[in-house]
Write a protein that binds this ligand. Structure first.
Ligand code: ADP
Length: 448
């Protein structure tokens, strides 16, 4: 096992990884930018190394500086968390060529699933259903219009290198498809320095259901059941839960098997997520694979009792998973609400600044994964998520009741957060009965 790990991330996930290491008796070094110099978790690490200024390119995305920090700290492995360099196969390669283990999949597997177009091709080979659409990149308008006539509208235009809901456009006719392709290409070039786009059928009233997987280097490839992440705003998740409240058991089993088939075909090891869209008759289609730990991993940890970060570290150290597929049970119901420092009353504008008052909920069934505290200054430079509130109860109805109670207990001032919207979701009868889809929040709760 490793004796020291570098955490190449910030915020709640840096603290989450730090906690996992500490329980395993592994020392930690954590990197930080000048914007994060006062973060309290820096005090909890064995070593904290400043790697540069606030802009990500000068710190959390700066490979030479992170590698230098790893060398100074004399670590054997780097955990990238999520976002930043987590899915950068070049970074993984650099780490390993410096004899520092990258806690993640092999470079070949990252490349096989990282590009959405390549991943769809692999899915076809593994007999995993994909959304009908272009076989590869779409570069001219004529080709797109012809395909759209075959598939039928609505159509979604997506960036091959996309992420975080960016670079996507829905088109309802030829005119908006033409304009949408140009806009999506420009947006993709801007955000990902890769203008490749492709098109697929837009699955209306679908649900987002994803499967957590993890595989070791000893031939064990397991799934840890599904998460339902249909409550979204602008294609970004707000609430995640496990199990999905509506999936038939036969569909759940087929979905999990398909996910394992796909990652085996990719030669994938370590943790990852296979995302699907599930339509109204519960047919499912692959969306993409996220080759990293995800924000919403705690709901899976709660229902399975498995510590995913610790398993990631075990796998990277060459050890077998600590469980077998048959041992992985889904017990009770878990729900996570992402708490973002955004103002729902002002179109979710970021609300950075100092948290002057903070009272976090507690009591039975509650987990709060966050790095913030009273007196903490939320820097304006990064993602607005300040923590994740997770509940785990014997049934979904109890989990909703506990989440409602927890959100009511939550007090944070003067910054604005998404708590009022989360509370509305928990009180909504459609959410309660599971009668929702990926467009529900915007269509019904936000009235767009
Ligand atoms: P990203 O990598 O940017 O997160 P994804 O491919 O994971 O993009 O899609 C994010 C969300 O966008 C999905 O959860 C879903 O709400 C929506 N979406 C993507 N593709 C489709 C599609 N073909 N039909 C309907 N919704 C889609």
């Amino acid at each position: 096992m490793f004796s020291k790990i570098l955490i190449a991330n910030r915020g709640e996930i840096a603290l989450r990884i730090l906690r996992a290491c500490r329980e395993m008796g592994i020392q930690t070094a954590v990197v930080y930018s000048t914007a994060d110099k006062d973060a309290a978790y820096l005090q909890m690490a064995d070593q904290a190394i400043c790697i540069g200024d606030a802009p990500p390119a000068e710190s959390y995305l700066n490979i030479p500086r992170i590698i230098s920090a790893a060398e100074i700290a004399d670590v054997q492995a780097i955990h990238p968390g999520y976002g930043f360099l987590a899915e950068n196969d070049h970074f993984a390669e650099v780490c390993r060529s410096c004899k520092i283990e990258f806690i993640g999949p092999p470079v070949s597997a990252m490349a096989a699933v990282g590009d959405k177009v390549a991943c769809k091709k692999l899915a076809k080979k593994a007999k995993v259903p994909t959304v009908p659409g272009s076989e590869g990149a779409v570069d001219d308008e004529r080709q797109a219009l012809k395909l759209a006539a075959q598939i039928g509208y609505p159509i979604i235009i997506k960036a091959a290198a996309g992420g975080g809901g960016r670079g996507m456009r829905v088109a309802h006719n030829d005119v908006s498809l033409r304009a949408g392709i140009k806009q999506a290409q420009a947006e993709a070039e801007n955000a990902f320095k890769d203008s490749t786009v492709y098109i697929e059928k837009y699955v209306e009233y679908g649900r987002h259901v994803e499967v957590q997987i993890i595989a070791d280097n000893h031939g064990n490839a397991c799934h840890l059941w599904e998460r339902d992440c249909s409550m979204q705003r602008r294609h970004q998740k707000l609430v995640e839960e496990s199990p999905s409240p509506v999936l038939k058991n036969s569909v759940r089993a087929a979905l999990c098997e398909a996910a394992v088939r796909l990652i085996k075909a990719a030669g994938y090891t370590n943790a990852g997520t296979v995302e699907f869209l599930v339509d109204r008759d519960q047919s499912f289609y692959l969306l993409e694979v996220n080759a990293r730990i995800q924000v919403e991993h705690p709901v899976t940890e709660e229902v399975t009792g498995i510590d995913l970060i610790q398993e990631q570290i075990r796998v990277a150290a060459g050890l077998p998973l600590s469980f077998k597929q048959k041992d992985v049970k889904q017990t009770g119901a878990a729900i996570e609400c992402r708490i973002n420092a955004e103002d729902p009353a002002r179109n979710f504008a970021p609300s950075p600044g100092v948290i002057q008052e903070l009272r976090v909920p507690g009591g039975p069934g509650i987990r709060w994964d966050s790095h913030v505290y009273a007196g903490y200054r939320i820097p304006p430079n990064y993602d607005s998520m300040i923590g994740k509130l997770i509940v785990h109860r014997p049934t979904r109805a109890l989990a909703i009741a506990t989440m409602k109670r927890a959100l009511q207990e939550f007090h944070i001032a003067p910054i604005k957060t998404t708590i009022p919207l989360q509370l509305r979701i928990m009180e909504d009868q459609h959410f309660g009965s599971g009668d929702v889809d990926t467009g529900f929040v915007e269509r019904v709760l936000l009235g767009k």
